[in-house]
Design a protein around this ligand. Structure first.
Ligand code: GLP
Length: 244
């Protein structure tokens, strides 16, 4: 595992963007697994700049997002599909028919998840998977559990996740209580993994996930078993980690 502690959020965003930019430059038809949340917003802004500067092009890139709220259609302002358009897809030269997000508008959870999992496999998998980190150690929307769920699945969001994500909704009762998410197995199948985390509030979970025991109670801890993981954090999020 490569563990990089940056000075601040901007440096973290640039360092993480470099990992993605370098891959896109070297392999213009790569497949990116993408994430939402506040953490990668700066990183996406850096990728938009790289594309505007002609450093990289997304025209042959395919993307598969980690997760989506169950019940939110793609054009809902709080959907992850909308987030991706707003933060990346509408600002780069990507072919939007090659971008994929689980279909939150499909009420048939089993079908929506099975279709998404099959589509990723049929495509040949993901070259680089970007991940943020939930305060409880979730990746995608894989919440603390008694097992590592292998494939794309429908999860009941925990109280802590609903509370954390309610900041983006008008009120807490508008936060969906379920989501479709790539499974831990889907995530672990990516060739390369890039994790970003920032802020003091993530310091405990960063230390537990990457330096503590591997347990489904801290879903991100399984990443310690992946052969190619880069973790990029700011100084605050890295402050409780053992000396590097
Ligand atoms: C959400 C997303 C995750 C994200 C996490 C952290 O619940 N499903 O993919 O990593 O929250 O979000 P933030 O970056 O806003 O802290």
């Amino acid at each position: 595992m490569k563990f990089i502690i940056c000075k601040d959020y901007d440096e973290m965003s640039r360092a993480a963007a470099d990992v993605i930019s370098d891959l896109v430059a070297a392999q213009p038809d790569c497949t990116l697994g993408l994430a939402t949340g506040s953490t990668p917003i700066g990183l996406y802004a850096e990728l938009v700049k790289d594309c505007a500067d002609g450093k990289i092009s997304f025209k042959d890139v395919d993307t598969y997002n980690l997760d989506e709220y169950r019940g939110l259609p793609a054009d809902h302002v709080q959907s992850y599909h909308y987030f991706m358009k707003d933060n990346l897809f509408d600002h780069v030269d990507i072919d939007q028919s090659r971008t994929h997000v689980p279909d939150g508008s499909n009420p048939d959870a089993q079908a929506a998840c099975a279709e998404y999992e099959a589509a990723i496999k049929a495509h040949g998998g993901v070259d680089l998977q970007l991940l943020g980190l939930g305060h409880n150690g979730h990746i995608g929307f894989n919440e603390p559990n008694t097992e590592f769920v292998k494939e794309t699945n429908c999860v009941d969001l925990t109280e802590s996740t609903i509370t954390a994500n309610s900041r983006l909704f008008d009120s807490i009762d508008q936060v969906p209580t379920q989501a479709y998410t790539m499974g831990i197995g889907t995530i672990m199948a990516a060739k390369k993994i890039l994790v970003v985390a920032n802020g003091e509030g993530k310091a405990d979970i960063v230390a537990q996930a990457f330096f503590g025991p591997v347990t489904p109670q801290v879903p991100a801890s399984v990443l310690q078993f992946h052969p190619d993981v880069t973790v990029v954090v700011d100084a605050a999020a890295g402050s409780k980690c053992p000396q590097q």
